[in-house]
Design a protein around this ligand. Sequence first.
Ligand code: ADP
Ligand code: MG
Length: 458
Amino acid sequence: MHSNLWQAVLGEIELSITRPNFITWFSNTGLLREDEDLVIVAVPNVFIKQQLERKYTDLIVATLKKNGVNPKQLEFKVHALAPKHTSTTNEDIVINQPQVNTSPQTTTTPQVTSTAASPSRLHINERYTFENFIVGSGNELAFAACQSIAQNPGTKYNPLFLYGGVGIGKTHLIQAVGNAVISNNPHAKVIYISTEQFVQEFVQALRYKKAGDFANHYRTADVLIVDDIQFIAGKEKMQEEFFHTFNSLHQSNKQIIMSSDKPPKDIPTLEERLRSRFAWGMSIDMQIPDFETRCAIIQTKAQNQDSVLSNDVVEYLANNVQTNIRELEGALNQLLAFCEMRGLEPNLAIATSLLGVSKSRPKHLSAKQIIERTARHFQIPVEDILGPKRDKDIVVPRQIAMYMLRSELHLSFPKIARELGRKDHTTAIHSVEKIEKEARVDNSMRSAIADIKERLYA
Ligand code: ADP
Ligand code: MG
């Protein structure tokens, strides 16, 4: 299918634009038709279509000409080329492996190790490692303790109780222990579990009379990592069960690691005997890293995405977001997506206008404005978004509108459904989830959202 011509065109385009842009906009494109009247380019989704139309039509036509084709008309069509276009490259991978191979075949998850020793291994995110954790004041003590535990689990700091605010790296660090223990000893039984899931499994176990299996599973861990233990508050039966698990592990020198958003003494309705046990080993108060460390984090994360930021931009970001590394990452990604979409180099003016704006959001933004903005972005009538049409070009903008109603106005799902003229609110749930997921893995989706937001708040 005209592939030689298109390969030649791509080859030249690749040399004339930046690599991230090339990857974002031209991966998984192809030629559907080529004659002197009409050239049709196949594109994987509606955003790419739009961007290519807006920004790259001239370049493509010029490059086609160079290759001896001079069509009267150039069109883009959403068309899945042989392998699935939405590669399951997830953000994790993009962030940590700058040289991602974005060929369509990257659908296999990289680094799948065969340590199927425990199914709970699956809950640990392999990108949470010590290597990509930036150490500085605020987290250095926690980091040192975690490293020491990873080398000799169950010996020194047992249990380790890590506490501090949201988004400052607790989960990252405690999972890094899990990853390091497994890489030292693939047979170690490392269990990582969030407390919410822990509670849910326990309830199920009781219901199905499997309490014995449950106890056995957790009491045979070599390293048990329980995240957000504050959620055990008020769960009496669970506290009782955890008390026994704790004792059993502790007596046999198995490592216990817990994280929490507050110290044991501030967790309400925590049984006294657990409270005292949580403090047996080492409790560490984690803080948001200081300014210099935040700068280092931004610089590293930008580099991981093949971007270089000037110092003033880095400092602006580090100052702008002072409490939460997750938000800091979000701000950085927003900036990079914005610039990438427009082929700009990030600079202070852009950062200020973009992030300064989001700080002073108008209170009076309405659902109607969001829906209109989204429709306008995709150049479709509002009636289509509100109507019954199921074409992909309409469905995706509709889903994005739902996502924006959730993210910007925090509307309930039934309310979102009503705003979109829909009866069934499960559609709203699915739509929001779908867009959230795609925004994580798909640059063009992130750009579209950033663009709509920017205009909403402009
Ligand atoms: P918490 O569990 O404290 O809410 P997380 O561990 O989920 O926070 O961290 C939020 C995000 O910030 C994660 O993506 C994590 O990788 C990142 N992060 C936090 N601290 C650091 C750090 N010091 N270096 C690199 N990334 C960090
Ligand atoms: Mg966490």
